[in-house]
Design a protein around this ligand. Structure first.
Ligand code: URA
Length: 208
């Protein structure tokens, strides 16, 4: 697996803004979308293209367009939903799947409570989104489930990651590409990322 850490100053600046506890729901949601769009631009830099003929008002020319089946964006419920529109701003024709997981508190086994993916998932470039990569537990389970449904070409985008989450995902799925907005210091005893930004889902949906 390759891990790419974002270096663009606009991404860094916007991540700083969402960390602030005084950033309200409306602004938080908007900035999460903007970061997802900027990260998506970087993560999709290797999309394959094919040449097609187009007629300009001047002449006929051969030019590139994105090749293959439409992209699938797959948010991990619920916080991942906040990143979807950012990707759709770049690729409006992308399909959107959803994946919802919980861990059995006793067995710690992942249980899929919702999974709806676009058809021909094996042929699509998949972009899984979740703003926080903490322990990596849900990320690992989500990718496992997408693979069980046939997904093969998988990119994973997280705005803030803990080293523990990056290691867990790298170890479990060495074949995927991971894009991280900022690598934070560590997890605390409650599995929150430090310094982090708190609970991303609560801050996106105003449920604090
Ligand atoms: N999920 C969050 O929303 N925040 C964290 O810090 C860790 C997991």
């Amino acid at each position: 697996m390759s891990v790419s850490y974002m270096t663009h100053p606009l991404i860094k600046h916007k991540i700083t803004l969402i960390r602030k506890e005084t950033t309200g729901t409306n602004e938080f949601r908007k900035i999460i979308e903007e970061i997802a769009m900027l990260m998506g631009y970087e993560a999709l830099a290797d999309l394959p293209t094919t040449d097609v003929e187009v007629k300009t008002p001047i002449e006929t020319t051969i030019q590139p367009v994105i090749d293959g089946k439409k992209l699938a964006v797959v948010p991990i419920l619920r916080a991942g939903l906040g990143m979807v529109n950012g990707i759709l701003a770049l690729v409006p024709s992308a399909k959107v799947g959803h994946i919802g997981l919980y861990r059995d508190p006793e067995t710690h086994q992942p249980h899929e409570y919702y999974c709806k993916l676009p058809d021909s998932i094996d042929e699509r470039q998949i972009v899984v989104v979740d703003p926080m990569l903490a322990t990596g537990g849900s990320a690992v389970d989500a990718v496992t489930m997408i693979k069980q449904h046939g997904g093969r070409k998988i990119k994973f985008m997280s705005i803030i990651a803990a080293p523990e989450g990056v290691s867990a995902l790298m170890k479990a799925h060495p074949d995927i590409q991971l894009y991280v907005g900022c690598l934070d210091r560590q997890l605390n005893e409650n599995a929150y990322i430090c310094p982090g930004l708190g609970d991303a889902g609560d801050r996106i949906f105003g449920t604090i």
